[in-house]
Design a protein around this ligand. Structure first.
Ligand code: PXG
Length: 445
């Protein structure tokens, strides 16, 4: 029996009711389910055997493509050798090796990594490390956390609080106290800009506004995505991140880059920090760290934070934080094999090489019905559609469904389509994605 037939049988026997699906229209999905049964390379296979071209690397995570043998085998071997090992007051060698391998990929200074199990956990960990560091260096009054409008930092209470997407916030009460937000960087007047906008660096000065309002000595950290992903692909204006860094330095505010999407080659470099030449004090990573094959989140911390917290603490535990599965052997094995595949295939360089072709091809959607803006950087693009009056998000959702039914996986948030294919994508597959999307847009009312 193939995996696909097994899945079909299971479907016939089971109700779909029990699984309360995340970020899903549960009633809509369960009335018309769309299922995936297998994946290999650039494609998913549905239970009825259809091939679906993966235009989104799963959920922005499968950067090396699906079913990579070295990763599969590393997970299998780890499961058979050391299924679980605590990392509280004990260790296992591969977690230390992997931490060293990761720091070698990161900008100098980001010398320590804390393991979590998702981007959301990484974000909450980074916020807590920032607070603990300020306290450790005698700045206990710095408790305020600053995020940015339209930011997405996962779904923990910390991440939602610093995040700036109303739909993710409004059902959940007052969230964390003492949080504020700088303005986002999107300007519709710059529609169809290729790559980083030339103007808009001055939006970083909005941080000065919050410093004036609250006092720098109350602010612990600023967290931003170097390129905002979930909110619809917003590349940073030229000079903007550099300016944020300078303002943070001026006022003793820690800078956190949330690189859950931008890490591991998406923008054509190991990290956005490397690409833009701006080093944060803390960096969050997830998704591509294991090619999506096992859950893992990572916080990389600058050595001054690690030393500040560890050296200031009395003998004993220095940071009261950690997860049962921090440095889980299966995730570590997946991560080590993933870094090997990235290096062997030269995937970060490949993404950089393909980026101009990707940009040109994606921008050929200009003029296609409903398209009001196209934004891109590296191997990520956002295609903004005009919303139907009174039905925001509806048009893009229909486009998503039709594309899937016709063999292309895209991602939509609101009325913005995101394309973020695995970095192994071929030029022909980029053309296939874009022409399929254009075709579906032309047929969508
Ligand atoms: N930070 C950023 C920048 C993210 O993009 C998270 C944190 C949270 O990661 P976890 O692993 O807790 O989900 C994310 C996640 C989408 C989409 O299509 C984006 C994410 C997740 C699911 C869908 O925009 N980003």
């Amino acid at each position: 029996m193939t995996a696909a037939t097994a899945t079909l049988r299971a479907l016939r026997n089971d109700s779909l009711a029990a699984f309360w699906m995340p970020f899903t229209d549960n009633r809509g999905f369960k009335a018309a389910p769309r299922m995936l049964a297998a994946a290999e390379g650039m494609h998913y296979t549905t239970p009825d055997g259809r091939q679906v071209l993966d235009g989104t690397a799963g959920l922005w995570c499968v950067n090396a493509g699906h079913g990579r043998r070295p990763i599969v085998e590393a997970i299998q071997a780890a499961a058979a050798t050391l299924d679980f090992a605590p990392t509280f007051q004990l260790g296992h060698p591969s977690a230390f090796d992997f931490a060293n391998q990761l720091t070698a990929l990161l900008p100098p200074g980001l010398d320590h990594v804390f393991f979590a199990n998702s981007g959301s956990e990484a974000v909450d960990t980074a916020l807590k490390i920032a607070l603990a560091y300020q306290k450790a260096i005698g700045q206990a009054g710095r408790t305020r956390l600053i995020g940015r409008e339209r930011g997405y930092h996962g779904v923990g209470f910390g991440g939602v609080s610093v995040g700036g997407i109303v739909g993710n916030r409004r059902a959940f009460g007052p969230l964390l106290p003492g949080v504020d937000h700088i303005r986002h960087t999107h300007d519709p007047a710059r529609a169809f800009t290729r790559g980083q906008p030339e103007t808009g660096a001055e939006l970083a000065e909005d941080l000065e506004r919050l410093v004036s309002l609250h006092g720098a000595d109350t602010i612990a950290a600023l967290i931003v995505e170097p390129l905002a992903g979930s909110t619809g692909v917003l590349p940073p204006p030229k000079g903007y991140l550099e300016r944020l860094r300078a303002i943070c330095d001026r006022h003793g505010i820690l800078l956190i880059f949330d690189e859950v999407i931008t890490g591991f080659g998406r923008l054509g470099a190991a990290t956005a920090a490397e690409l833009f030449g701006v080093t944060p004090d803390l960096m969050t990573l997830a998704k591509g760290v294991t090619n999506g094959a096992a859950p893992m989140g990572v916080v990389a911390a600058h050595r001054h934070l690690y030393e500040g917290i560890v050296e200031a603490a009395p003998a004993g535990i220095e940071l009261f934080h950690g997860y049962t599965y921090s440095g889980h052997p299966l995730a570590v094995a997946a991560g080590q094999a993933t870094l090997g595949v990235y290096a062997e295939d030269g995937l970060f360089e490949r993404a950089a090489d393909l980026a101009p072709f990707f940009e040109n091809t994606v921008h050929s959607l200009r003029g296609v019905p409903h398209v009001t803006d196209i934004r891109n950087l590296g191997l990520v693009a956002g295609v903004e559609l005009e919303s139907r009056p009174g039905a925001p998000g509806r048009r893009a959702l229909e486009v998503f469904h039709t594309c899937f039914d016709e063999g292309l996986l895209i991602r939509v948030t609101g009325d913005i389509v995101a394309l973020s294919p695995p970095l192994i994508v071929s030029p022909e597959q980029i053309e296939e994605m874009v022409s399929k999307l254009a075709d579906v847009l032309r047929r969508t009312p």
